[in-house]
Design a protein around this ligand. Structure first.
Ligand code: NDP
Length: 405
């Protein structure tokens, strides 16, 4: 029975909170703290309405997670064992600082990114390694789906199927439809920054840079569809090639529809995706922040979303029997089913469930160990087993090469 604080009250936080409510023998008390407290109150009201038998006790609070003293006061006042950070990547370091100061464990779903530079890498958070270890605290980084489950799938490949992984392809397909002309499935600012940046993949010991969405191929996503998919840089590639040095090439692929790309090109062409603040009627405003205010909130897409997501990891290399092997580990999730269960769309669901699972494995002592950890460094089996239990069934496909060289 544990007390935790969830920071943030967006699409992902909604799922984490409701999954904690389902798992009430582990999560006894949950405080949802965020900038706009009415959003946290809405989540708690929905839990009371849809999950009346849950024994988890919820409360809400306002916090500015950019402010360490405010966070410290919040944490001291509530006294949790850990903080689940599902605010934005900009807040990772302030929340880690506050956890160190108050002696509580930490988990997030996206690596730190400075607000002024569209650049994300683990170096900032890996630099906390000694401080967390010395205090006997754990920080679990990137415990969503991608990053998160994709690293557990890679570790699962390595543990059960491969002597050596040589080629790794992470594939992320959203074959759903929300009926809007243009919307992003998670925080628009973070999402658009990720897609409009140059692509990057790992090959023969170095990063190869591409233009945004320069490389594509049609990929068959089992049980879902064949969809055009594009190479992007994604943060888990950095830790995976570090922790699995036999990898010769690692790529990340994501599907985008033609209409999505057309809208994005226009928005970019007219400067609406820029993070450089402009002067507007005496106020400094970054165009992308304004765009975020205009676009539909990701959580508002949930009600009418249809179709499925399919996210998985293809590994190629030398199998346990010494023979060449190709293997795919993946999950398929239906948007409408997510809505029925927790009033969320599939992208928030597939992120929020792994975050709850990671927190559970820490609290139960299964994964708990001092230091700063990426998911692939931990035993994947309890995580994969919990995915099957908590709504993200894991499937495997042997011997078929879905992603071509
Ligand atoms: P949303 O924008 O829906 O929610 C973010 C929440 O954080 C909002 O409630 C927001 O408050 C709050 N917040 C922002 N700044 C602060 C602050 N300074 N202090 C306190 N609260 C703050 O995002 P999502 O729920 O879609 O995403 C949450 C996280 O999950 C992001 O880091 C995202 O990158 C990550 N993610 C990870 C994925 C994975 O697979 N690993 C996939 C998808 C997302 P307010 O309501 O006031 O704006």
């Amino acid at each position: 029975m544990s007390k935790v604080i969830i920071i943030g009250a967006g699409g992902v936080a909604n799922v984490v909170a409701k999954k904690c409510a389902q798992n009430d023998t582990v999560f006894s008390e949950v405080l949802i703290a965020t900038r706009t407290v009415s959003k946290a109150d809405k989540i708690v009201a929905e839990i009371a309405q849809h999950m009346p038998s849950s024994k988890t006790v919820f409360s809400t609070a306002t916090v500015d997670a950019d402010n360490v003293p405010e966070l410290v006061e919040l944490i001291r006042g509530f006294g949790p064992v850990m903080v689940i950070n599902v605010a934005l990547p900009y807040q990772d370091l302030t929340i880690m600082d506050a956890c160190l100061e108050t002696g509580v464990h930490y988990l997030d779903t996206a690596n730190y990114e400075p607000k002024e530079v569209a650049k994300f890498e683990y170096s900032w958070q890996w630099a906390y390694q000694d401080r967390f270890r010395e205090k006997g605290l754990m920080a679990l980084l990137g415990c969503g789906f991608d990053p998160g489950a994709t690293q557990a799938f890679t570790a699962y490949h390595a543990k059960h199927h491969f002597q050596e992984i040589h080629y790794l392809d992470i594939v992320d397909c959203n074959n759903g439809s929300h009926g809007k002309a243009f919307a992003t499935n998670f925080n628009p600012e973070i999402n658009i920054r990720e897609i409009t940046a140059n692509g990057r993949y790992w090959e023969n010991g170095q990063w190869v840079e591409t233009q945004p969405l320069e490389i594509s191929q049609d990929i068959y996503y089992p049980k879902v569809a064949t969809r055009k998919s594009f190479v992007l840089y994604h943060e888990e590639l950095e830790s995976l090639v570090k922790h699995f040095p036999t990898i010769k090439r690692a790529r990340f692929w994501m599907t985008f529809g033609e209409a999505y790309i057309k809208h994005l090109n226009v928005l970019e062409g007219i400067g609406m995706t820029s993070i450089e603040p402009i002067d507007f009627r005496g106020q400094k405003i970054a165009p992308i922040e304004f765009l975020k205010a205009v676009l539909p909130a990701p959580e508002s897409l949930a009600e009418n979303y249809t179709g499925q997501t399919c996210i998985g990891v293809q590994a190629k290399g030398i199998g346990k029997d010494g023979q060449p092997r190709v293997h795919f580990v993946y999950n398929v999730k239906d948007h409408a089913e997510c809505y029925r269960e927790v009033q969320a769309q599939g992208v928030s669901y597939t992120t929020g469930v792994p975050a709850m699972i990671g927190a559970m494995l820490m609290l139960q002592g299964v994964w708990m160990q001092p230091g700063v950890w990426n998911i692939e460094q931990l035993d994947p089996d309890p995580f994969v087993e919990a995915m099957n239990t908590w709504g993200l069934p894991v499937d495997e496909l042997a011997g078929i090469e879905l992603v071509k060289d």
